[in-house]
Every structure is written in structure tokens, then in C-alpha cells.
Design a protein around this ligand. Structure first.
Ligand SMILES: CC(C)(COP(=O)(O)OP(=O)(O)OC[C@H]1O[C@@H](n2cnc3c(N)ncnc32)[C@H](O)[C@@H]1OP(=O)(O)O)[C@@H](O)C(=O)NCCC(=O)NCCS
Length: 207
């Protein structure tokens, strides 16, 4: 009986994919992803295997890597992603946690719905032109500033300053991308807020 039920649910999967194809018309979102947010830019790209909750948002030209059939596993929860971010596969954002200051860690609300919620939640912010390597975890409340790089496999527990490269668990600064005066100049210009012509794109990739 259980096997038949599971088989029945599994047989509905193509219908789910078909519904996604229709839902995502006009967007660059893979039907093999699961997106529940209304704040997804039509210029952003979300590939297969990405779960994107209703509290998250993604701005122009940022992309979240995945694969064609949804085998990779990214989970983006309560996270704002700015413009021109390059996000590797298997990013997990963890805005929530259990309030360990109470006697019990257990969320008794699960058994007694009238109980107070003992979960804590802090939104995560990823600003503009951030590159996140594969298999990264970002904890609640963290702000990743413009131009930062997060090394593969990092666990980011604290804010990341602009144009710094962090890596490891916990992620620590391993280097900076540019000298301070150049960072100040880029921060002032905010190229991501301008229309990017072919000429400017060439400059941004070549200098
Ligand atoms: C973060 C990163 C960009 C740094 O590259 P780099 O500038 O060539 O770094 P370096 O090789 O000079 O490393 C500097 C130091 O940081 C360490 N380091 C680099 N990346 C690390 C990582 N992901 N985790 C832990 N430590 C790391 C190095 O071991 C080295 O340590 P040492 O000074 O003690 O020898 C790169 O290592 C990385 O993680 N890239 C992501 C790749 C990826 O995920 N690609 C798929 C998605 S596009």
C-alpha cells in the first residue's frame, strides 16, 4: 500500500514540472527548481535543484548554479541577493535556529500549537557582485558586502567586508581583492546600478 502511494506521488512529478514550466514563463528559472518568492527579477537565473523560499529575493543578473535535472541542492531561505552575484552549487542559508537559552531546545509548538515559538530567525543579505563558491553555508543575520568572495566549503558566521575573500570554517579573511583606494572608488561608482554596455562589460572583465 505504502509503495503504491509513493509510486502514485512520484508519478505526479511530471505534472509538477509542467506546472513549473507554466509558472516560470517569462523568467529564467529552471522547472526543476522550487521557487516560492514573488521577488525574483526576470533578469536573474535560477538553475535546477534550487529551493528558494517566499521570504527571499534576487535582483538583476544574479545567478544561482544548479544542474539541468535538479540533482544539486541549494536551499535559499529568508535571504536577499543583490545584483550580479555568482552563486555556486549547494548553497545553504540558515536564517533560523533554536533558542538554546530556554530550558529545552525542542520546539514544543510542534506538539502544542498554542505554545510560544522558540525558533529565532534573522534575515541574510548578499549584496552586489558577490561570488560564492560551492558548498557554502551562511548563518542567520550575516551580511556579505559588495564584491566579496566566499571560498568553497566555507561556513560564514560573521559579516564579510566589501571586496574581501573569506574561506574556511568559520570563514576568515584570507586576502583582499584590491587596495583600499580602489575599493572606495568602486563603492562610489556602484557600476551594478548602471546600464552595462558591451564596452563597459569588456572593461569590467579586463581591468
Ligand atoms: C577562495 C578562492 C577563490 C581563493 O582562491 P586563491 O586566491 O587562488 O587562494 P589561494 O590558493 O591563494 O589560498 C590562500 C589561502 O587560503 C586557503 N584557502 C583557499 N581557499 C580555501 C577554501 N575554500 N577553504 C579553506 N581555505 C582556503 C589556502 O589553503 C591558502 O592557505 P595558506 O595561505 O595557509 O596556504 C578559492 O580557493 C575558492 O574556494 N574558489 C571557489 C571554487 C568554486 O567553488 N568553484 C565552483 C563555483 S564557481
Amino acid at each position: 500500500m505504502l509503495f503504491q502511494l509513493l509510486y502514485f506521488i512520484y508519478s505526479l512529478y511530471p505534472i509538477y514540472i509542467l506546472i513549473n514550466i507554466i509558472r516560470y514563463l517569462g523568467y529564467k528559472i529552471s522547472p526543476y527548481s522550487h521557487c516560492f518568492s514573488k521577488k525574483i527579477s526576470k533578469k536573474a537565473i535560477i538553475m535546477g535543484g534550487v529551493f528558494f523560499d517566499s521570504k527571499s529575493s534576487i535582483d538583476d543578473y544574479s545567478y544561482i548554479s544548479g544542474d539541468n535535472f535538479g540533482f544539486s541542492k541549494s536551499k535559499i531561505l529568508n535571504t536577499h541577493i543583490g545584483k550580479y552575484c555568482s552563486i555556486g552549487t549547494n548553497l545553504i542559508t540558515l536564517p533560523s535556529g533554536h533558542n538554546y537559552r530556554m530550558i529545552s531546545n525542542y520546539p514544543f509548538k510542534l506538539i502544542y500549537p498554542k505554545n510560544k515559538d522558540n525558533l529565532t530567525s534573522k534575515p541574510i543579505t548578499i549584496n552586489n557582485d558577490v561570488w560564492i563558491g560551492s558548498n557554502v553555508i551562511i548563518l542567520g543575520g550575516v551580511v556579505i558586502s559588495d564584491g566579496a568572495v566566499i571560498g568553497a566549503g566555507s561556513v560564514v558566521t560573521k559579516n564579510v567586508p566589501p571586496y574581501t575573500i573569506v574561506a574556511g570554517n568559520p570563514a576568515k579573511i584570507i586576502k583582499t581583492r584590491f587596495q583600499k583606494n580602489i575599493v572606495e572608488q568602486i563603492k562610489k561608482e556602484q557600476w551594478w546600478n548602471h546600464k552595462i554596455s558591451q564596452k563597459l562589460a569588456n572593461r569590467l572583465n579586463n581591468i
